[in-house]
Design a protein around this ligand. Structure first.
Ligand SMILES: *Cc1c(COP(=O)(O)O)cnc(C)c1O
Length: 394
């Protein structure tokens, strides 16, 4: 028994365990790739956001090593004091060119990018219109800004417009924020419709394209490219921790806005720069994406096959339009059991329950990548079928 003042922690943990919501964290014992060693077992990896297989790509590994050889391992400063190296400047220039925007700011993570970008744009006198299923980092960025948050129904421009009409007149300015690809359902935000609504009412716009960067659009240029909305969205948030295979976040858009965020963003001003190894590896990822669309094409071929065959087996894959493939199971206990049985049979795919998804909508989330072969996918499908029948899901 813990001391009296710590008892609340024991009680809360007990409650999480009772409700099947306690997270057991597995240990990865190899590089991130199509197959990995996890808790001592070699398993097919359907669990990571390594969409293009870059996390262990030889070109990125070499670039990281070369960056260490020239620049050392740590920045020992925040970007605005002495932490902006030539590598950072080069990466920002290359990211802006890749995405077809005027300027880009590379920060420590996608999570940080939202903390950095939202508070400078809106404050207590303002209102944020936010999709019901927006990512936690957007929600926290909105909280930090202190603006009034009005939630509109998921992927519903008409509801967003109704909310804007109702609330905008009571505030100084408005900002509409949406995920690009929703990370738990794999559906794509209707960016064209949202843009029209926001433009009609003079509302600022921001899209967080963490799961679309390197995935959607021509050669992985992201959701704005997918919809042909270049220059329309005021701020594009991205991450280099998913398809780009490394770590970091990006804030991209008009130079006026990005320059402003450089002056104001607290994670940029008060937390150290990313390391040379990370920054160098990200540059190599941009090189690869600019050289060839082969990895992006491979990812989408795998995605189409895996989704169709999973549905053919009789599974409910929800609203997925992207490589994020939820196998909808409903009950969180069933989802946990499904994931555990997959793992025992050599397939690593995590169950996801409340609070990450609403109660009663638990699922196992499957993520294929360009690092998977057709034989890998077939192995996975065979295991889905076996476990699905065993647990009475199909
Ligand atoms: C994953 C994710 C992030 C966080 O990105 P990191 O680089 O891992 O911090 C932010 N926003 C969305 C929508 C995400 O899916």
């Amino acid at each position: 028994m813990a001391e009296e003042r710590l008892r609340f922690i024991e009680e809360e943990i007990g409650r999480l365990k009772e409700e099947n919501l306690f997270i057991n964290i597995r240990t990865i014992e190899s590089a991130v790739d199509g197959w990995m060693v996890v808790d001592g077992m070699r398993v097919l990896n359907f669990c990571t956001n390594n969409y293009l297989g870059l996390a262990n790509h030889p070109r990125l590994r070499e670039a990281a090593q070369a960056a260490i050889a020239r620049w050392g391992v740590g920045p020992a400063a925040v970007r605005s004091i002495a932490g902006t190296t030539g590598l950072h400047v080069e990466l920002e220039r290359r990211l802006a060119a890749f995405k077809g925007v005027e300027d880009a700011l590379y920060v420590q993570s996608g999570f940080n990018a939202n903390q950095a970008a939202i508070p400078p744009l809106v404050g207590r006198e303002d209102v944020i219109f936010s999709d019901r299923l927006n990512h936690a980092s957007i929600i926290d960025g909105c909280r930090l800004a202190g603006a009034k948050v009005v939630v509109y129904e998921h992927c519903d421009p008409a509801d967003a417009e109704a909310k804007i009409r109702e609330h905008l007149p009571n505030f100084r300015r408005g900002l509409l924020i949406t995920d690009g690809v929703f990370s738990m359902d794999g559906d794509i935000a209707p960016l064209d419709g949202l843009y029209e609504v926001a433009a009609r009412h003079g509302v600022l716009t921001m899209v967080d394209d963490a799961h679309g960067e390197g995935v959607l659009g021509r050669g992985g240029r992201g959701i704005v490219d997918h919809f042909g909305l270049h220059g329309r969205f005021d701020v594009e948030i991205g991450t280099l921790s998913k398809a780009f295979g490394v770590v970091g976040g990006v804030i991209a858009g008009k130079k006026l806005i990005v320059d402003f965020i450089r002056q104001k963003a607290r994670p940029f001003l008060f937390s150290s720069a990313t390391t040379p190894a990370d920054t160098g590896a990200c540059l190599a990822a941009v090189d690869l994406l600019e050289e060839s669309e082969a990895l992006v094409r491979r990812l989408w071929e795998n995605t189409a096959y895996l989704r169709a065959e999973t549905q053919n087996l009789g599974f409910d894959t929800g609203k997925s339009q992207t490589p994020i493939l939820p196998i909808m199971l409903g009950d969180v206990g069933l989802a946990k059991q499904f994931s555990r049985r997959l793992f025992e049979e050599g397939v690593f795919a995590m169950s996801i329950g409340f609070p990450t998804v609403p109660r009663g909508l638990a699922r196992v989330r499957v993520m294929n990548t360009a690092a998977h072969t057709r034989a890998d996918l077939d192995f996975g499908l065979e295991v889905f079928a076996r476990v699905g029948r065993e647990l009475g899901v199909i």
